[in-house]
Design a protein around this ligand. Structure first.
Ligand code: SF4
Ligand code: SF4
Length: 199
């Protein structure tokens, strides 16, 4: 028990005692009210992947690439601040006005190293044929570093514009993931209607 200085009057000592009790009760009640308010407010996290994430219209995810429109002009390569785009061609290419597709030499390689890519979208801006887009997929987990280098020309041979993330293979029982896998396999671009509806 702490002793009070003898020169403090009894009524002042009593005031302090009750003030401490009042402060303690007030702070507990206000803390509990705050906690209670959060119990009924909308959650800011979602149960991913069972619930779908809503992206902003300008979200920048794994690229989507239209190889048939790429003229291998290297504008995207020059714009990339981290030099992570690799292009090889057999001869110059240009757009055939009749078909709207690139013709001439063969696009031997178009790859992006996602170990380096910082999703700045600077590669999409100078593209004269608008064939490279920022997509909506954000997950490129893999078991090897080599798998982080996406060979878009190889994907194009399968009709895909973007890689299929690993999590999709494991979660096909979830309806939105099955639909998204179907979209990627059919070569449909997400960027034109990329805005995923709010959850
Ligand atoms: S998003 Fe940026 S870092 Fe990634 S490939 Fe394009 S320019 Fe390079
Ligand atoms: S800027 Fe466009 S057309 Fe030129 S190489 Fe890059 S993706 Fe192909």
């Amino acid at each position: 028990m702490t002793s009070q200085p003898a020169d403090i009057p009894a009524d002042v000592r009593q005031d302090g005692y009750f003030r401490n009790i009042r402060n303690a009760v007030t702070s507990i009640v206000s803390g509990m009210l705050l906690t209670l308010r959060y119990c009924f407010s909308r959650s800011v996290t979602i149960h991913y992947p069972f619930e779908r994430i809503a992206f902003s219209p300008r979200y920048r995810g794994i690229h989507e690439f239209e190889a048939d429109k790429c003229i291998a002009c290297d504008q995207c390569v020059k714009a990339c601040p981290v030099d992570c785009i690799y292009i090889e061609k057999s001869a110059p290419r240009k757009i055939d006005k009749a078909t709207g597709k690139a013709a001439g030499g063969e696009l031997l390689r178009f790859a992006i190293d996602y170990q380096k890519c910082m999703f700045c979208a600077l590669c999409t801006e100078p593209c004269p044929t608008a064939c490279i887009h920022m997509g909506k997929n954000h997950d490129l987990s893999s078991f090897t570093r080599k798998d982080m280098i996406v060979e878009f020309t190889e994907l194009d041979k399968k009709g895909q514009r973007t890689p299929l993330p690993l999590y999709m293979q494991k979660n096909l029982h979830i309806p939105w993931i099955a639909r998204e896998k179907q979209r990627i396999e059919s070569g449909t671009l997400a960027t034109q209607e990329a805005d995923i509806p709010s959850v």
